[in-house]
Design a protein around this ligand. Sequence first.
Ligand code: 8DG
Length: 136
Amino acid sequence: MSATTVVAGAILSDDGRILLAQRAYPPELAGLWELPGGKVEPGETLADALVRELCEELNVRVEVGDRLAVAVTLESGLELIALRATIVDGTPTAAEHRMIEWVDAERLRALDQAGAVVPNDREWLPEILADLLERG
Ligand SMILES: Nc1nc2c([nH]c(=O)n2[C@H]2C[C@H](O)[C@@H](COP(=O)(O)OP(=O)(O)OP(=O)(O)O)O2)c(=O)[nH]1
């Protein structure tokens, strides 16, 4: 996996919510909501990287599921991949983000309409909303 891959976690609950995290930096992204995650390090699989990042960022242990179908490639070359995940141990806390929130489909749509979602992540929203409505 290249050093320019970011893996993000679509952490879904059984009752139709997803865990969003509000960025604290950089200034142009601060205050916007994203899927928690981070850069894949050399030698790591996507799943390894996601488990590590979610432990560092949220203090939880997750079981990694399948990929969202859409991968986002930025002009900078950075590739964003999202994997579904379920918390198997711990209660999430915002170790690196400004705050975290479990949001349902209605709240996710409202955040999107308010321009409060990290722009690159908007491509994942149709798939995430479908997942939430199926579970909720
Ligand atoms: N984690 C995460 N990053 C995202 C998302 N969408 C998006 O465009 N990004 C971008 C923002 C950053 O440029 C990059 C990830 O940086 P990061 O700061 O979260 O990851 P990191 O801890 O591994 O990196 P670093 O700060 O140590 O350089 O990907 C997303 O949903 N989650």
